[in-house]
Design a binder for this molecule. Structure first.
Ligand code: C2E
Ligand code: CA
Ligand code: CA
Length: 766
């Protein structure tokens, strides 16, 4: 449309220029010469009028001269004889023929000797009535001053009158005049009409004047030309104004106007036709191209093409070119899209299992959070996956992950989203749950799935996993908090061997404490902020407290933190040996104090750990401590759990043998749980078995009694003494008594007590 407007504007300017040029040419080469021509015509006409009037004057002057210079006339003035009048003026011929309207013969003084009037029309008759009184003063005026023969145009009441005055003279004495012969002729309306007809002119007006006016007036329709004539005194007396109708001029102007109008119509219709054609063959097509391109850029739809018309012109060619460019662009964009899809796939998928990866999971969660749609995240972490890799190799590890992915995928397909977000971590996102049961069902399904062995290369492999569950927005309103909390829940489930754990705020609190702990533990060791509690060990044979187990606690900001909370952290940070050594030294010192205070046959049991005992200085440390506090080594028992001992059985056996050389007792802690491969017991230099509380808590279970019995008989044959832990009730005690158990430990006797309490309760009785 912009081109159209520009073109119209340009054409408009060209049209204006054309009109101005034509106007200029018409004026210079048509109108101006025409005006000059017409002015010349008018000039000719006025000339004709002048010649006509002059001729009339001359004619009358000559007639008057004939009479005035005639002796008969001279004699008449002298004699006043009637004969002269009768002979010359008795008939009208002289007047009619010569168109004379009045005749006066005056004597020398100016008195009228003869007067005669003639009229040939009504106007002549009208003037004749008063002419004598009107003209005679002028004549008398003339003959009293100038007197010579004359002719002139006098104005009487706007009527021009040709007046001739001739001195009457005889042939003999020509110098003397005895009177005046005067004739006059009216140029009245009738005469004007004649003049107009005869000369083919148009006298518009006759004005009485006293100055010369030979001007030319011109307007669009007429040219007026004035001619002034003189009276007998040779003064300007009357002006004839000749009017000329400008027929050529007006006709030409009319024709020119018509020409301009037709040109205008022609130009406008040409413009309209041109614009229409331009619109149809250029602008509309350009608009079509523009609209198609706009549509493509708006919708990004590269399938769109410019419709091609059959016309074979440049714009159609352009459209074809653009379309072929679009074809190429479409192909390129398709290829680009495919590449992008590949990149997208690679960026968002795990190469091994082809599942969405961590990044994709994050995006997925972010999208859900953005629309504030509630959902659950389930984090599944394979337990001891490192061991599978270590024991069977990475190929099998990969196969396990692939197999598990497939199984999970088949299982949770309906629940939308599964991703592998880490080595052995899977994340499941579940939306649109209608009840809490549903999430539990999904979790149960997964547990069920895991309970079946994985068939890998026809081998059956049992794997276990820990599951954490968190809900948006209840358990975390941001991606970070949600992922952190589901991880906390998963770790809790792993730690407690729970299979699954829903996130709750207490977990979070604990996780926070854990975080504080990891940051503060080192400092706590430096400041020895640990407290040791002592739990009595009771001898059923002797019916008395025969020892105590040292159990460590952390006093953090006046809050007593149990070992279950900080020991795993300390172990992970490599700080557990320091704590253990601290406990070892302090409890041996305490033992000495109590022995010195009168506790007889009292021994102290101290927990140790694998990392602690494998330290090359450990044996020396134990030895030095015992020596330093001067405690009988047989009153010191070092406990180690099956799990810790089995970290490296050979090494532990060697170390413990050397410890044994110090005469210190060795106890296997938490016996009856975990590996329970009795084989190692025979190899380890053990003195005491501490039967784990899990076997006692279900003592009604006959199977457990049988296990305890078996352990007791094994201990008996190996000459090991036994302490049963976790005895809480009289019922348990009675059963244990029946089984001849030597020593017990548990809440039934007492819970772990702080030093002071222990002293109050057990030192006093000694
Ligand atoms: P553990 O060596 O088996 O210690 C006995 C645990 O059982 C203590 O928990 C004690 O409070 C608890 N207990 C005693 N009688 C009963 C009972 O009748 N019923 C029940 N349900 N529990 C009973 P505590 O003090 O929380 O210690 C937990 C574990 O922390 C210990 O288990 C031990 O493995 C570890 N631990 C404690 N102190 C140390 C330490 O200084 N060094 C190391 N390496 N481990 C320690
Ligand atoms: Ca113990
Ligand atoms: Ca124990």
């Amino acid at each position: 449309m912009k081109i159209q407007r520009k073109l119209i504007r340009d054409i408009f300017y060209i049209a204006i220029l054309f009109f101005m040029f034509t106007l200029f040419i018409s004026k210079k080469y048509i109108i101006d010469p025409l005006t000059t021509f017409e002015m010349k015509m008018v000039h000719d006409r006025v000339n004709r009028l002048e010649i006509y009037i002059d001729r009339k004057c001359k004619l009358l002057f000559d007639i008057a001269q004939d009479y005035a210079k005639w002796d008969d006339t001279y004699n008449f003035v002298e004699t006043k004889n009637d004969e002269y009048i009768k002979n010359n003026f008795s008939y009208e011929g002289i007047f009619d023929k010569n168109e004379v309207n009045f005749l006066f013969i005056l004597d020398k003084k100016g008195d009228i000797l003869y007067e005669r009037y003639h009229h040939s029309n009504y106007y002549d008759e009208l003037i004749n009535k008063t002419i004598k009184i009107r003209i005679l003063p002028t004549i008398k005026d003339y003959i009293s001053t100038i007197r010579s023969d004359t002719v002139g145009i006098q104005a009487i009441d706007k009527t021009p009158i040709i007046l001739v005055i001739q001195n009457i003279q005889n042939s003999k004495v020509s110098a003397l005049s005895n009177g005046y012969f005067i004739i006059g002729k009216y140029i009245n309306r009738e005469e004007i009409k004649n003049i107009n007809n005869e000369l083919a002119i148009n006298i518009a007006s006759i004005d009485v004047v006293n100055s010369i006016n030979n001007s030319l007036e011109i307007n669009n329709n007429y040219i007026f030309s004035s001619k002034t004539f003189f009276d007998i005194f040779k003064k300007p007396s009357i002006t004839f104004k000749v009017k000329f109708k400008r027929i050529f001029y007006t006709e030409t102007i009319k024709n020119l106007k018509l020409f301009f109008l037709l040109s205008l119509i022609l130009i406008i219709s040409s413009i309209l036709i041109f614009i229409k054609r331009l619109k149809a063959s250029v602008l509309d097509k350009i608009l079509l191209i523009k609209n198609t391109i706009n549509k493509i850029s708006e919708t990004s739809n590269l399938n769109l093409r410019i419709p091609i018309t059959k016309e074979d012109d440049e714009i159609s060619e352009l459209s074809i070119d653009i379309n072929s460019m679009l074809n190429k662009l479409e192909k390129t964009s398709k290829r680009l899209k495919e590449s992008l899809d590949d990149i997208y796939y690679l960026a968002y998928h795990d190469n091994l299992t082809q599942l969405p990866n961590r990044l994709k999971a994050i995006r997925y969660i972010e999208d859900l959070i953005n629309v504030q749609r509630p959902f659950h995240v389930i984090l599944l972490d394979i337990d001891n996956f490192k061991n599978i890799n270590d024991m069977y190799g990475h190929d099998l590890g990969d196969a396990v992950l692939k197999y598990l992915s497939k199984k999970l995928q088949n299982n949770i397909r309906k629940n939308k989203f599964l991703a592998r977000i880490g080595g052995d971590e899977f994340l499941i996102i579940v939306e649109n749950l209608r009840s809490d049961f549903q999430i539990q069902n999904i979790v149960n399904d997964i547990i069920n799935l895991l309970s079946k062995p994985l068939l890998i290369k026809s081998d059956k492999l049992y794997i276990e996993a820990s599951i954490g569950i968190a809900e948006f927005p209840k358990d975390g309103s941001t991606l970070q908090s949600l992922l952190k909390n589901v991880e906390i829940a998963m770790y809790e489930s792993k730690k407690k061997k729970l299979k699954y754990q829903y996130f709750n705020s207490a977990l979070n609190e604990r996780a926070l404490t854990n975080l504080t702990l990891s940051n503060k533990l080192k400092q706590c060791i430096e400041n020895n902020e640990f407290i040791i509690f002592y739990q009595p060990i009771y001898s059923l044979k002797e019916n008395k407290v025969c020892g105590a187990e040292a159990l460590v606690r952390l006093n953090l900001d006046n809050k007593i933190i149990p070992p279950s909370q900080f020991i795993p952290i300390a172990r992970e940070l490599g700080l557990l040996p320091d704590i253990d050594n601290l406990v070892l030294a302090n409890s041996i010192k305490q033992c000495k104090i109590w022995i010195d205070s009168g506790m007889k046959d009292f021994s102290i049991s101290i927990n140790t750990s694998f990392r602690q005992i494998i330290n090359e200085n450990f044996i020396d440390f134990v030895k030095n401590t015992i020596t330093k506090f001067n405690v009988p080594p047989q009153d010191v028992t070092l406990e180690i759990t099956e799990e810790e001992a089995l970290e490296d059985l050979e090494l532990v056996t060697e170390i413990l043998s050397r410890v044994k050389e110090l005469n210190v007792n060795i106890a296997i802690d938490d016996f009856g749980t975990g590996y329970s491969s009795l084989n190692y017991i025979t190899r380890l230099p053990v003195d005491i078995l501490k039967i784990d509380k899990s076997l006692i808590s279900n003592i009604n279970d006959k199977k457990n009694i049988e296990i305890i019995k078996a352990i007791l008989s094994m201990a008996n044959s190996l000459k090991l003494s036994v302490i049963v832990e976790g005895v809480e009730s009289e019922e348990q005690l009675n059963i244990l008594r029946g089984l001849n158990v030597e020593k017990i430990q548990g809440y039934l006797i007492d819970k772990p007590l702080c030093k002071e309490e222990f002293e109050t309760k057990y030192l006093k009785g000694c």
